[in-house]
Design a protein around this ligand. Structure first.
Ligand SMILES: Cc1cc2nc3c(=O)[nH]c(=O)nc-3n(C[C@H](O)[C@H](O)[C@H](O)COP(=O)(O)OP(=O)(O)OC[C@H]3O[C@@H](n4cnc5c(N)ncnc54)[C@H](O)[C@@H]3O)c2cc1C
Length: 502
């Protein structure tokens, strides 16, 4: 045997599965088709933000790289308990109750983050994006307080170091093309590498090789025609191979294949994520300050309530909303009084934007947009803004524009102070929600609820975690929670001849 447990992928879910399997005494081999630059998958592209339930500051301080940071003294983290986390997930279920997977994610979130910290992954408060300075203190909002030190790259590098230190091996540029099945159980993988095609054998295989977001044909088949040209925010390698191999082996599909995480992105970004940039710049093609202004489509109309909720509850849905507009693009429009509140990504040296000293001049330069209608829309919006309520981005301030369609429910300010800026955006797909049905130990289930012997899955392959939407920072936590389960399950299952667990 090449290893007790083979893990397919080298992202956060794979590395957590590997760590858990190693902790359980199994020998572990990770295989990823990426080269060294792209190893770590989508997880490497992330901001490292992780959402988990916590009861207050004391739960957080012990996880930090620098627990003596002077800003901590006055910081207000509030609390974010299991009920709040579950309510946030369920708020996207379009009326459906909490799924079993959502309950697992919530219940194990804090314990799993502590487990990561015990493997030398440390965290930092997200000072700039998840907190506003109110009366000189950082006030955190939206249930998301910490990110891994060094963001996604830091997370993946720490996890890889921990895996290697615990005796795990990692094979890169090794694409898994098939499962080796013997007597109904999975006993290895078929791979393609520089040496050609050959098999690797193991007692259990954990699929942690992502969704189908990077495959245009599957995007069109499951999500719709307008997803064909979507930008891909992360790796080009997540093309749904793991899902296909598991389905071919009899696995049940589970969750929402017709929904995904997608975010407004610079219209002129590259077709895939930009790992060639330093990690602090990588996120700068994202454009998610729409809640501070308005978004206009080609018809010159607004099309979402930009202030419906805190942006980490809307940004993952609004990428799809942009792609659904004529031509699949929109312009985000701001005036100069909001400039200090815009994230760094709007000042990025490669950000696409136009600037003008009047709204009349601005609309002339909005490529592809009905200019008269755009001007009318912004003027009507300005007229509708509630001037009696104060603007406060640290809360849902109720400063609304209600008499326009759609209304803007919070943070509505008139767009009337020159210079004006407009940023062209499209939708960038982050990851897909449809996956496999896994049992309590990460074992992959058939439609009749029985386990496929030797086969486990985690990360983006787990269906039922996200249905109609996504509260920011949940993907990495989900990968860690279900990765840890699958790794422990695979280590326990290693050696069982067939049919998974007794
Ligand atoms: C730009 C961006 C920012 C994000 N920011 C955040 C954030 O801050 N917080 C958060 O919670 N989530 C964030 N996400 C979502 C997050 O990336 C995912 O939820 C999570 O990383 C998925 O982890 P994973 O291990 O399942 O998949 P990945 O990390 O994508 O790993 C899958 C791996 O499988 C490999 N692979 C694919 N097919 C094969 C094959 N046939 N053979 C071998 N290997 C294969 C790939 O090369 C890849 O390395 C972000 C995503 C992107 C793209």
């Amino acid at each position: 045997m090449d290893a007790d447990v083979i893990v397919v992928g080298s992202g956060n879910a794979a590395l957590c599965a590997a760590l858990a399997a190693l902790d359980s005494g199994a020998s572990v081999l990770l295989v990823d088709k990426a080269d060294a630059a792209l190893a770590g998958g989508n997880s490497r592209y992330t901001a490292g933000a992780m959402r988990f339930a916590y009861s207050g500051r004391d739960d957080l301080v012990g996880l930090l790289t620098d627990p003596d940071d002077p800003r901590l003294v006055d910081a207000e983290f509030g609390s974010y308990d299991e009920t709040m986390f579950l309510a946030d997930l369920v708020s996207f279920n379009e009326g459906a109750p909490a799924t079993a997977e959502q309950r697992v994610l919530v219940d194990e979130s804090f314990d799993t983050v502590r487990w990561l910290a015990a493997h030398d992954v440390t965290f930092e408060p997200i000072w700039d994006r998840q907190a506003y300075i109110v009366d000189g203190r950082h006030v955190f909002w939206g249930g998301l307080a910490l990110a891994a030190d060094g963001e996604g790259s830091g997370l993946v590098d720490s996890e890889m170091s921990a895996v290697v230190a615990a005796g795990g091996s990692i094979l890169l540029e090794t694409e898994v093309t098939g499962l080796v099945i013997d007597g109904g159980s999975v006993v290895g993988v078929q791979v393609s590498d520089a040496a050609g095609s050959h098999a690797l054998s193991s007692s259990a295989v954990v699929l942690a090789c992502g969704g189908f977001e990077a495959d245009p044909d599957q995007r069109v088949a499951h999500l719709g025609e307008h997803w064909k040209e979507a930008k891909v925010r992360g790796t080009p390698h997540n093309t749904g191979t793991g899902l296909r191999l598991a389905r071919d082996a009899g696995a049940a599909a589970h969750g929402r294949y017709d929904a995904c995480h997608a975010t407004p992105m610079d219209l002129h970004m590259a077709d895939f994520g930009n790992l060639d940039l330093p990690h602090v710049e990588r996120k700068n093609y994202r454009k998610i300050c729409y809640f501070l202004g308005v978004m206009l489509n080609a018809d010159g109309d607004r099309f979402v309530d930009e202030g419906r909720d805190f942006r980490n509850y809307t940004y993952a849905q609004f990428g799809a909303a942009v792609l659904e507009q004529p031509g699949g693009f929109a312009w985000q429009v701001f005036d100069s009084k909001i400039e200090p509140y815009l994230y760094e990504e709007y000042r990025f040296h490669d950000a696409s934007f136009i600037e003008a000293d009047s709204l009349e001049e601005l609309v002339v330069r909005l490529d592809g947009v009905d200019q008269d209608r755009a001007l009318h829309t912004v003027r009507e919006f300005n007229r509708a803004v509630d001037r009696d309520v104060s603007f406060d981005p640290s809360i849902k301030d109720g400063k609304a524009a209600r008499s326009v369609t759609p209304p803007k429910s919070n943070w509505a300010q008139t767009i009337d102070m020159p210079p004006f800026r407009a940023f062209p955006v499209t939708g960038g797909i982050t990851f897909t929600y449809g996956g496999l049905h896994v049992g309590g130990e990460g074992e992959v289930l058939r439609g009749d609820g029985t386990a496929i012997g030797g086969l486990f899955a985690c990360g983006e392959l787990v269906g039922g975690v996200f249905l109609g939407g996504y509260p920011g920072g949940s993907g990495l936590t989900s990968g860690a929670v279900f990765g840890r389960r699958a790794g422990e399950g695979a280590a326990r299952g290693a050696g069982l001849p067939r049919n998974g667990f007794p």
